[in-house]
Design a protein around this ligand. Structure first.
Ligand SMILES: Cc1cc2nc3c(=O)[nH]c(=O)nc-3n(C[C@H](O)[C@H](O)[C@H](O)COP(=O)(O)OP(=O)(O)OC[C@H]3O[C@@H](n4cnc5c(N)ncnc54)[C@H](O)[C@@H]3O)c2cc1C
Length: 308
């Protein structure tokens, strides 16, 4: 089978006739290069899935919501690691853990929103293993990075057997676990343009308890000039079947001093594009309101941090 595959074994849960509480059987592959990984994924077809930190994938497999026959582990691919400056941009390898993002001096200095967000994901144990690429590529609307990447205008580098293409984060998310990734493609890196010095930023997340997914959250990146908003971008987490880019709300704010009346109009515009589910996080109407509250707080925080 190549690349260190273990091969399929009998499924103990099924053999015993017990309720399945462990993943189905799968073959494990550990390629060392991006080229080998995409070749494997192309050869194995629909039955194969990339594996990064496994902190979303393995729970889904345990619930038997996914039963891939092959996992292609990206952990041994050195080219998927590292965080480096490239002109006015920063390139973050997909296999950096959420902890790597927190620990990066470069990101802390240039794109502090990413550190602020990563610190609000789960708990340290999850963050040491979960990756920024897995968080961005997963397609779960509850993941925190997608809305933040939208607010930052990040570009995703996707590689498949036929080559590389670049997709803006704002165009990447299509529905629950539905993204612009084509079969056999992997996210190799995320390119973030460094926001101007003196920009304001904030990620405000409401969660039921420490380590939980968002009931609702809002990401804001803005610049101010002469006391007025010069540019603004807003992303929303877990209030629809995908992360949302609140373009209309941001447009309302540009040119304003972030006065109460204008913020109220922008919050209403942001709330209008949400369509959360009523679930364990609360009723839909409550979650929509909380998205507005998180946005209002994120705007105030971003303004306080921005150079006027
Ligand atoms: C207890 C707990 C609490 C959590 N709380 C939060 C939270 O509050 N906020 C939050 O955002 N997340 C949370 N998570 C999820 C965590 O951040 C995951 O680590 C992350 O969502 C997925 O990253 P991963 O590296 O583990 O990816 P994996 O689980 O390995 O993969 C996830 C999916 O993405 C695909 N994938 C992974 N990497 C790539 C790639 N490079 N290219 C293409 N496809 C890829 C996989 O095939 C799979 O479909 C939590 C997880 C746990 C276990």
């Amino acid at each position: 089978m190549g690349f260190g595959a273990i091969g399929r074994r009998p499924d103990p849960a099924r053999v015993a006739g017990e309720e399945a509480v462990i993943p189905g059987t799968f073959a494990y592959h550990r390629p060392k290069t991006i080229k080998d990984a995409v070749a494997l994924l192309a050869d194995l077809g629909d039955d194969a899935r990339p594996l990064a930190g496994g902190h979303s994938m393995i729970p889904i497999m345990k619930l038997r919501l996914a039963e891939p026959g092959h996992l292609v582990d990206l952990a041994a691919i050195g080219d998927l690691r590292g965080i480096r400056a490239d002109g006015g941009d920063i390139i973050i390898g997909a296999m950096n853990s959420e902890h790597d993002v927190i620990a990066s001096d470069l990101l802390a200095a240039k794109v502090p929103l990413l550190r602020e967000t990563a610190l609000q994901i789960a708990d340290p144990q999850v963050r040491y293993v979960g990756t920024i690429g897995g968080n961005a590529a997963n397609g779960d609307p509850g993941n925190d990075m997608p809305a933040v990447m939208m607010a930052l205008g990040a570009i995703y580098h996707l590689t498949g057997k036929s080559g590389e293409r670049k997709v803006p984060a704002r165009d990447f998310y299509q529905g629950i676990y539905l993204t612009a990734l084509k079969p056999g493609e992997i996210l190799t890196a995320i390119r973030v343009a460094v926001p101007p010095a003196g920009h304001g930023y904030a990620y405000q997340k409401l969660k039921r308890k420490v380590g939980d997914y968002a009931t609702a959250a809002a990401a804001v990146v803005l610049t101010m000039k002469g006391g007025k908003v010069e540019s603004c971008a807003i992303g929303l987490t877990n209030v629809a079947n995908r992360a949302l880019f609140a373009a209309e709300a941001a447009k309302i704010l540009v040119g304003s001093t972030l006065d109460e009346a204008t913020v109220k109009r922008a919050v209403a515009a942001a709330e209008a594009i949400t369509s959360p589910a009523s679930d364990g996080h609360g009723p839909a109407a409550y979650r929509t309101k909380m998205a507005g509250v998180m946005l209002k707080r994120a705007l105030a925080r971003a303004k306080a941090r921005a150079a006027a």
